[in-house]
Design a protein around this ligand. Structure first.
Ligand code: SF4
Length: 220
């Protein structure tokens, strides 16, 4: 699919959805209770791994009410953190990663979150998706953040033909102008939550169906 098509899809979806938010904050109409800064986005995105958005919201609310800075989490007891983040699942694993992450940020990065993908992905439980999420939502650096919605919808629509999220990320970067990279997550995630549901896509009310390979092939 040519470059102009993905821009057309993003333009169409942008008329339907607000700009979305980082994991656990993406419910339409709900204002984020916590600031959209690198610390909050990094921790919430680690919590969002392998769980639903509402669980991420509960876990991050619990955690940030008790420990609301890199230093506070770095000093926290991992068992206490595990209790707070239990709604997001894998509490021990996620608590250890978050506490270790904050200790590294405190000790090696002067209490700041680094900007580069290489440095971000060297942190515990931070892969390319989490790094891209932090860069795009909290740092305003154009990045393609590929979660399950983005990977699934990009393939359904025929924007990419890929087997794994990392290949999807590189392919989407290749076919999309850089200044639109961050829009991909903002709009495709909302579309995946509202219309193109994982088990039951509502193609009958999809505004981009005439640009979707899956819809066009089923119509024939
Ligand atoms: S037409 Fe259907 S499958 Fe294609 S993006 Fe829309 S909802 Fe998803």
């Amino acid at each position: 699919m040519a470059e102009k098509d993905i821009c057309r899809i993003l333009n169409t979806l942008s008329r339907e959805y607000n700009r979305g938010a980082y994991p656990g904050r993406s419910s339409e109409g709900l204002n984020p209770e916590w600031e959209c800064d690198p610390f909050h986005v990094l921790v919430a995105t680690i919590l969002s791994q392998r769980t639903r958005d509402d669980n991420t919201r509960k876990a991050s609310d619990n955690l940030f009410r008790e420990y609301n800075s890199i230093d506070a989490i770095a000093e926290a007891d991992p068992d206490k953190v595990a209790e707070l983040v239990r709604p997001a699942g894998f509490p021990k694993q996620k608590a250890k990663a978050i506490v270790d992450c904050c200790r590294i940020l405190r000790d090696e990065y002067r209490g700041a979150v680094p900007e580069s993908t290489e440095e971000l992905t060297s942190l515990p439980m931070v892969g390319r998706k989490t790094a891209a999420c932090v860069r795009s939502y909290a740092m305003d650096i154009p990045s393609v953040c590929v979660d399950t919605h983005v990977h699934r919808i990009a393939n359904l629509m025929g924007l990419v033909h890929t087997k794994d999220p990392e290949s999807t990320e590189y392919e989407l970067m290749r076919i999309t102008p850089e200044d639109r990279w961050s829009d991909i997550n903002r709009y495709l995630v909302r579309h995946g939550q509202v219309v193109c549901l994982p088990n039951h896509p509502h193609c009958e009310r999809c505004s981009v169906r005439e640009m979707c390979d899956r819809y066009l092939s089923e119509k024939q």
